[in-house]
Ligand binder design. Structure first.
Ligand SMILES: C[S@@+](CC[C@H](N)C(=O)[O-])C[C@H]1O[C@@H](n2cnc3c(N)ncnc32)[C@H](O)[C@@H]1O
Length: 246
């Protein structure tokens, strides 16, 4: 369904690289994004982090109702940027295994299965000097420490870290203003879409990592939005952003 978007993504590469630097006038925000990258707390590019920051700020500026959600946080980098960009009073719920990523399924392609083999065989690398997050003995504690080092108090900022597999933990029954989905495999992404999208407020956003990177994510998004295309805007920034119309 979204093949045309995929083709356009390649055409817009140069524009995508230039866009983010122009938008952010917040010096502290710049510094935080640099800190997140320099410490290896994220797999996201600078462009993706700036886009995520800007999308959260736009939600605040429009005063959209609803909570923020992140599904897939690893070392916490993208969640830290979301927590910084949002109003302190707006809850951010962060869902992750905070351990090893679960295996892909037969709905994922060879790319995911090759990557998973690398992970379980102990060959996966982290970002920069950091070890691969899944090998951390207590990833939840590491993420809590990263928030603290970034100057964000989890309780004061209304950030909840929910440990476990989405099939067991992800039950969304409140309006959602924006959700960041960064969880790689088909089953994970389809579980998130099924739980989150019915709660997405008019004008609310999904920011989907991996649509252009992992076959299972692409397939899950295409499957889920197959008959719903008319109700959503699909926008390519550094990654795929989807907005509920209204
Ligand atoms: C690519 S990492 C997230 C990267 C992060 N957003 C960043 O800024 O670097 C994907 C994360 O999704 C989590 N994940 C994927 N599927 C999951 C599932 N079904 N349940 C819980 N966590 C899952 C993994 O454990 C991992 O932490």
């Amino acid at each position: 369904m979204l093949e045309a978007l995929q083709r356009r993504a390649h055409q817009f590469t140069a524009a995508r690289l230039k866009l983010p630097q122009l938008r952010l006038s917040d010096r502290h925000g710049h510094a935080l994004i640099h800190q997140v990258r320099a410490n290896g707390w994220t797999f996201l590019s600078y462009g993706a982090l700036y886009d995520l920051y800007a999308r959260v700020r736009a939600v605040e500026e429009r005063n959209l109702p609803g909570v923020l959600v992140e599904a897939g946080t690893a070392r916490g980098g993208s969640a830290i940027v979301m927590a910084y960009a949002k109003a302190a009073s707006r809850p951010l719920q962060v869902y992750d295994a905070f351990g090893m990523i679960p295996p892909p399924s037969d709905r994922d392609g060879q790319d995911a299965h090759d990557r998973y083999r690398e992970i379980v065989e102990g060959r996966a690398k982290g970002v920069g000097q950091a070890d691969y997050y899944g090998y951390d003995a207590d990833l939840l504690a590491a993420v809590q420490a990263n928030f603290q080092q970034a100057g964000i108090d989890l309780a004061a900022a209304h950030v909840g870290l929910v440990k476990g597999l989405y099939a067991e933990t992800l039950r969304i029954d409140a309006p959602v203003a924006l959700a960041h989905l960064d969880c790689d495999w088909y089953d994970s992404v389809i579980t998130c879409l099924t739980q989150i999208v019915p709660n997405l407020v008019p004008g609310g956003w999904l920011v989907v990592d991996d649509y252009f990177d992992w076959s299972g994510c692409r397939r899950a998004v295409d499957d889920y939005f197959g008959g719903k295309r008319q109700d959503f805007n699909f926008v390519i920034r550094s990654r795929l952003h989807i907005q509920r119309r209204g």
